[in-house]
Design a protein around this ligand. Structure first.
Ligand code: ZN
Length: 495
């Protein structure tokens, strides 16, 4: 007679709340965690010896561009290998839906970060996308944001102007439909040309459609350089217009002139958090990655090409070397390589560490899965925080590291019964070896599996074991419950 489907025996639990670790067995029954404690008198249909290992909630990737990747590569090894069991999609203003592209229509940057195949953009209604995602049965859970830039692409004839009143009304209607179908909020990306011409007023008025949903507004803010403070305030104002909690995405300071200013931006955010529900996410690297753009060259010490449609042969090489081979200036090479993507070394290590260590900072990979030679954050983010920054550098205790990728994130995005190991919650569980966990992806060899993640359960099913996927695809599309009270309550603000 078995008492549980699975018993994880003899491990050390870090529960995701930030509380100190404790030794306990964990029993899983069906999709849920059934018991945590001394289960020596109980039996599991399957028992796994996890002595000497950490048993944690499955990690939540707060910032992804996996909208299409979940369907294209449903086994999701880049995520499961890191212990990630849930991804937040649709960040930076970019979502796969709602937009039905005409055959042959070009995919405007930065939407091409989701892949440049026009045929992939075929969901006029966000609910149709969520249904298709469910049918694709990915191995990890997904909670999905609606991209404001995608709304612009779907509804406007040109992107170099602010939306008109009728266009704003149409965006509101699409966004409201998406929320009713189960989206978790809206993202904006005014830093990109496709949305630069959008005024604060446009984005705030679109955001009013979020009212009553307890939604999130995640923002790739307009400026991560000289005007970053104003850009943070704009993101907060847009969230406020929709009564939504705010996430400042991949917080960073771009360019030598702004290095060190995280002291100022974090103090400002802490001040704003006394009155507003605001969080932020960060990836643990000094280099960023996005579409190839000229305005990044002057503020970067090194640029690596990640993809180029006309010149795929140069992916993985430094832009300077490519330009030299072409006999062009780097600026002119950028024109020849488009459409393209790149990695930019433009941050300061002290800023990266200060932002990672800030109490309200969640971990988000911002991985770009459609790049042939991607930024290593796609395969390395979570083990790098646990191994390099927590264990080796000593930036924060392991309990804090786990909290930043589990309980903190679930709370901010309103993911119910996930992110914390407690009885009754969904059995998203990651077992790892704290002494061994390490990221192996580098800028030279970015597609490399991390070491140290031993078992990953998604909704009670074993999805990863000893370095390989099991083939089980038990992920759920987490549909945001409409009409829920705002997540933005006093207890989640900094006092
Ligand atoms: Zn972004």
């Amino acid at each position: 007679m078995s008492d549980f489907d699975v018993v994880l025996r003899g491990g050390t639990v870090i529960d995701g709340t930030g509380a100190p670790r404790f030794d306990a067995d964990v029993g899983i029954e069906g999709r849920r965690i059934a018991a945590i404690g001394d289960l020596s008198n109980a039996r599991g249909r399957s028992e796994i010896d996890v002595r000497g290992r950490i048993v944690a909630p499955g990690f939540i990737d707060a910032h992804t561009h996996d909208d299409r990747y979940l369907m294209q590569s449903p086994l999701m090894p880049a995520k499961l290998s890191q212990g990630v069991t849930t991804v937040i999609t649709g960040n930076c203003g970019i979502s796969l839906a709602p937009w039905c592209a005409a055959p042959g229509e070009a995919v405007p940057p930065p939407l091409d970060l989701l892949g440049d195949a026009t045929a992939a953009f075929r969901y006029a209604a966000f609910g149709d996308y969520l249904d298709a995602l469910e049918q694709a049965a990915p191995a990890v859970n997904a909670a999905c944001l609606v991209g404001h830039t995608t709304l612009r692409v779907a509804l406007m004839d040109r992107l170099d102007r602010a939306a008109t009143d009728p266009e704003i009304a149409a965006m509101q209607a699409l966004l409201r439909d998406a929320m009713l179908a189960g989206a978790c909020g809206m993202s904006t990306g005014a830093a990109y040309p496709a949305a630069m011409a959008a005024s604060t007023d446009e984005m705030a008025r679109v955001a009013t459609a979020l009212h009553g949903f307890g939604a999130v507004h995640a923002s790739h803010i307009r400026d991560e350089g000289d005007s970053i403070r104003e850009a943070i305030d704009e993101a907060v104002a847009i969230g406020e217009a929709g009564d939504a909690s705010v996430v400042v995405s991949h917080h960073k300071l771009i360019g030598p002139k702004n290095h060190g200013r995280s002291v100022e931006t974090l103090a400002h955010l802490a001040q704003v958090m006394r009155h507003r529900c605001v969080g932020l996410d960060c990836y643990p690297y000094q280099a960023g990655s996005t579409v190839l753009r000229k305005d990044r060259l002057a503020v970067s010490s090194r640029v690596i090409l990640t993809r180029s449609q006309p010149h795929p042969e140069y992916a993985g090489q430094d832009l300077d070397a490519i330009a030299a081979a072409m006999g062009l200036s780097p600026e002119d090479a950028v024109d020849v390589l488009q459409p393209a993507g790149a990695i930019y070394f433009l941050m300061d290590e002290a800023d990266v560490r200060r932002i990672l260590a800030f109490p309200q900072t969640m971990i988000g990979s911002d991985g770009l899965p459609h790049d042939p030679v991607p930024h290593p954050r796609l395969w390395g983010t979570f083990p790098r925080v646990l191994g390099h920054y927590s264990r080796d550098v000593g930036l924060f205790p392991l309990e804090t590291a786990v909290h930043k990728m589990t309980g903190l994130t679930a709370g901010h995005f309103g993911l119910q019964q996930r992110g914390v190991l407690s009885e009754g919650n969904f059995a998203d569980v990651t077992v790892f070896d704290a002494a061994r966990i390490v990221d192996n992806a580098t800028f030279e060899h970015p597609v490399a599996q991390a070491t140290g993640v031993e078992c990953v359960f998604v909704n009670g099913e074993l999805a990863w074991r000893d370095g390989a996927g099991t083939g089980v695809r038990a992920g759920a599309v987490i549909r945001h419950a409409s009409g829920r009270e705002s997540q933005c309550n006093r207890s989640r603000m900094i006092s």
